[in-house]
Design a protein around this ligand. Structure first.
Ligand code: ZN
Length: 363
C-alpha cells in the first residue's frame, strides 16, 4: 500500500525530495527510503536532479520517469494500421500509420512484428521497458482478450491473439476497437461516471461506460449501435440488414467522398464545397437520431469519439440544434452531448492503456 502511495505521489508531484514524501504522506523515513530504493533499482525514478531548500543544502530530487515503462497499441483496420507507444502518463509518445491491407496470413503477422520493432527503434525505447501490446480490432472479442468471437468486417472470426503475436516478442491482447477508444476517453476524463461513447471510425461501435467501467454485456456485445436501425429498409449493411446507423455515419463515408482522408474532408467542408457540405449535413442528421435514441435509453452523457470525434468540436452547434428538435424533456443537449477529449489515436492508445493500468495496480 505504501509503495503504491509513494509512486502515485511521485507521479502527481513529478519531482520531490525524500522529506517532501515523508511529510506529505506521513510515512517514516526508513519506509520512504526503502521504497525509493526499490523504484531506483527498477529504473522507475530519476535521482540526478537536486531540489533547493532555502537555508539548507540541496536535497536529491526523486523524479517520476514517464517512459520508464511503455505499452504499445495498434489500431487494426481493413486498409490501414496505426501503431502507437504510450507512456505511464497515458500520452502517445510515438506514432506510425501505414496503409496496410488486413489478411490472416503469416506475411501480415510478420509485418505487424516488423511495425512493433520499427516504432521501438524510432522512439529509441529499450524493448525491456515494454509492458505489452494491445490491438484494437473491429470485432467482438472474448472476455480474456484472446479470441475474435465475431469479426465480419475483417472476416476474421476465430482468429487468436496468439496468431497476431506470432512475430511480437511481448504479451499481446485483443480489444474491441470501440471499447478501447472508450477506455482512452475515461483515462483523460476522470469525472466520467456513466457515459455512452460513440466510436465514429471506419465502422461504428459504442462503449457503454457504467460507474467508470466498460459494461461489456453478457456476451461482450454491448453498445453495438452501428447496427441500430435508423432508416427502415434503408441502405444495405455488411451485416445483412438494411438501414443500419453504420451505413449513414461511418467515417469512411466521409473520407472516401473527399478522395482519401478525413483531413481533406474537413478541409473541403471549411472551404464550402457544396457536395461535401450536403453530405456533412446528412451525416449530422443521422447522428442526431442516434444521439437522441441513446439519450432516451441511458440518460447519461453521450461522447462523440473515434476518427470523426477528433474533428467534431467545431460542428457541435448544428448537431445540438438537430438533437434539440427531437427532445421531449426540454434538455439542453450541450449539457450531455460532448466531443471526445482523447483525440490522438484513441483506438490504438486505448488498446495500450490496460497494460499501463495493470502496471500501476501491480506496483
Ligand atoms: Zn448492420
Amino acid at each position: 500500500m505504501n509503495r503504491k502511495k509513494i509512486y502515485e505521489f511521485l507521479r502527481e508531484a513529478r519531482s520531490v525530495s525524500k522529506q517532501d514524501i515523508v511529510y506529505a504522506l506521513k510515512l517514516s523515513l526508513p519506509t520512504v527510503t526503502q521504497n525509493l530504493q526499490e523504484f531506483q533499482e527498477k529504473g522507475l525514478v530519476d535521482t540526478t536532479g537536486r531540489i533547493g531548500h532555502t537555508g539548507g543544502r540541496n536535497a536529491t530530487a526523486f523524479s517520476f520517469i514517464s517512459d520508464a515503462r511503455v505499452a504499445i497499441g495498434i489500431d487494426i483496420q481493413k486498409h490501414h494500421n496505426t501503431v502507437v507507444i504510450v507512456d505511464l502518463d497515458g500520452r502517445v509518445i510515438e506514432k506510425i500509420r501505414k496503409p496496410v491491407h488486413f489478411a490472416t496470413t503469416d506475411e501480415y503477422y510478420k509485418m505487424l512484428g516488423a511495425e512493433v520493432a520499427e516504432i521501438l527503434e524510432k522512439a529509441k525505447i529499450d524493448p525491456a521497458k515494454v509492458l505489452g501490446v494491445g490491438m484494437g480490432v473491429p470485432g467482438l472479442i472474448s472476455k480474456d482478450g484472446k479470441e475474435v468471437v465475431y469479426g465480419r468486417i475483417l472476416n476474421f472470426t476465430g482468429e487468436t491473439s496468439e496468431n497476431f503475436s506470432r512475430y511480437i516478442p511481448f504479451r499481446t491482447l485483443l480489444f474491441n476497437d470501440a471499447n478501447a477508444a472508450g477506455s482512452a476517453e475515461m483515462w483523460s476524463s476522470h469525472n466520467i461516471r456513466n457515459a455512452f461513447y460513440i466510436c465514429l471510425s471506419d465502422h461504428i461501435g459504442g462503449a457503454v461506460i457504467l460507474d467508470n467501467k466498460v459494461y461489456e454485456g453478457d456476451d461482450q456485445r454491448s453498445g453495438e449501435i452501428g447496427h441500430m436501425t435508423v432508416v427502415a429498409d434503408g441502405r444495405p449493411c455488411y451485416c445483412g440488414q438494411y438501414g443500419c446507423f453504420e451505413t449513414y455515419c461511418c467515417a469512411s463515408l466521409l473520407s472516401e467522398a473527399a478522395g482519401g482522408d478525413l483531413d481533406s474532408f474537413f478541409g473541403k467542408l471549411e472551404a464550402g464545397d457544396k457536395r461535401i457540405t450536403e453530405l456533412w449535413n446528412s451525416y449530422l442528421h443521422y447522428l442526431a437520431f442516434a444521439v437522441h435514441n441513446i439519450r432516451m435509453l441511458f440518460d447519461c452523457n453521450v461522447i462523440l469519439g473515434g476518427y470523426v470525434g477528433a474533428y467534431i468540436d467545431k460542428y457541435m452547434e448544428p448537431l445540438y440544434e438537430m438533437v434539440r428538435q427531437r427532445d421531449m424533456f426540454s434538455e439542453e443537449p450541450g449539457a450531455y452531448l460532448l466531443p471526445c477529449r482523447y483525440k490522438t489515436e484513441a483506438i490504438a492508445a486505448g488498446a495500450a492503456l490496460p497494460f499501463v493500468e495493470e502496471f500501476f495496480h501491480g506496483i
